[in-house]
Write a protein that binds this ligand. Structure first.
Ligand code: SR1
Ligand code: MG
Length: 414
């Protein structure tokens, strides 16, 4: 359906991965020739195979191999998907690594025949979403991700790139099929009936009301248009808390296979929206009122701080390179638009995680159906409020206050 597969392509398995690793000269700095290796397939995402490989003699000598399949793993071969996404990811990682090496995993090589990336195994880190579910705080995350966002977005925008490079980069990162997934799953399907939606039946009245809300659908359509048409910067494209590997001292953004030139607010909003999904989930996940308040305060402080760092670091880039001496008023207006886009686009990402095909464990992993409905309902109300009122947001504190004013609609009154 897409480009023909390379004749050398073969999906790896835990039986074949060791031989592959030993065939790659780039990995001789990690593994000794022919030494026994252990491997496990750990891909819990929706798209790919992910193998962790380590030396039997020393588990600290370890790498990750991420291999694209020609179809969507979550659904199977009835949903073909271009393997070119592996090239996009490898090239995006190369750029992110140049702009923000401290928050980008090291890549050993990209194998264009196998659609495979060999990279650093972040074996002292956890997927941030899983940590947040347990109520673990990451005090440096805001500073780290704020810097990552500012540098990767500012340096790939028209503010920095020359006119020709920018257009060539837009072309190099054309990623139609993965963008189409986003267009469908985030901006279209949650707002209409489709068999692919996966919301729980307790939430049906709220979902049906959202789907019948013409004013909301107009605003979401505007967000979709922005996603499809605004080639503002090279965005990660899927920067949810499952794409962040973290511990108390380090943060890495992984998995930029959805990268393309799109609106900056889609990345900033992805982070904020996913922190707000966590906020909604702790309505029921953390029952002790004091602990709940403390964790939510941490999440809100993180949102405020990440925006402040983003703005400050973005300004630094602007000051450093500003080629045409843009007026201050334009800079302020630019940042305000990114903030309002972040609110709206991030909120669309919240909605889809409750209503659409690919949910998140924060909400869908809540076992009790009523508790799950309470958290889901709160997430939907926060998202709706942010989408509808994003133009009233002038500071990050406005966004936080708007969120804090929301409550779940479930259980339904009357
Ligand atoms: C059908 S793929 C579902 C989702 O997984 C990825 O992580 C993206 O978020 C995509 O929308
Ligand atoms: Mg991913």
């Amino acid at each position: 359906m897409f480009t023909d597969l390379s004749p050398k392509y073969r999906p790896l398995s835990t039986d074949t991965v060791a031989a592959y690793v030993h065939s790659r000269p780039e990995l001789r700095e990690v593994f000794h020739d022919g030494e026994p290796l252990e491997a496990v397939e750990v891909g819990d995402g929706n798209l790919n195979y992910v193998f962790k490989v380590w030396a039997q003699a020393d588990p600290e000598r370890t790498i990750v191999l991420k291999q694209a399949l020609p179809y969507l793993r979550l659904v199977g071969d009835s949903w073909p998907l271009p393997t070119d996404r592996a090239r996009i990811e490898a090239q995006a990682l190369e750029i992110e690594s140049r702009l923000c090496p401290q928050h980008t995993p090291r890549v050993y090589f990209y194998d264009a025949d196998m659609y495979l990336i060999a990279m650093q195994n972040l074996n002292h880190h956890v997927i941030m979403r899983k940590g947040l579910i347990q109520g673990i705080q990451y005090p440096l995350f805001a500073d780290h991700i704020g810097l990552f966002l500012a540098r990767t977005l500012a340096y790939t925008s028209d503010l920095v790139l020359d006119y020709r490079t920018k257009k060539l980069e837009v072309a190099r990162f054309i990623n139609p099929e993965l963008c189409k997934i986003t267009e469908d799953l985030i901006f279209t399907e949650p707002y209409r009936y489709t068999e692919r939606n996966r919301f729980h039946k307790e939430l049906e009245p709220q979902v049906l009301a959202l789907q019948a809300n013409e004013a909301l659908r107009v605003e979401v359509a505007k967000m979709k248009e922005k996603f499809m048409t605004q080639a503002q910067a090279l965005i990660h494209g899927d920067l949810h808390t499952g794409s962040v590997m973290i511990n108390q001292t380090e943060t890495y953004a992984i998995d930029p296979e959805f990268a393309f030139y799109g609106p900056m607010g889609f990345d900033v909003g992805a982070v904020i929206g996913n922190l707000l999904l966590s906020y909604a989930s702790h309505e029921v996940r953390t029952k002790d009122a004091g602990k709940q308040q403390a964790f939510r305060q941490y999440l809100m402080n993180t949102i405020i701080r990440l925006w402040q760092v983003f703005e400050q670091e973005f300004q630094k880039v602007w000051d450093e390179v500003d080629p045409i001496n843009m007026p201050k008023g334009y800079q302020q207006d630019y940042m305000l638009r990114v903030l309002q886009d972040s609110a709206g686009l991030g909120a669309c990402k919240m909605m889809r995680r409750v209503i659409g095909l690919a949910g998140v464990e924060d909400i869908r992993g809540i076992e009790d159906v009523h508790e799950r409905a309470i958290a889901g309902s709160l997430a939907l109300n926060i998202a709706q409020t942010l989408i509808m009122n994003r133009h009233d947001i002038h500071t990050i504190a406005d966004l936080v206050q708007m969120t804090a004013s929301c409550r779940p609609s479930y259980p339904w009154q009357g």
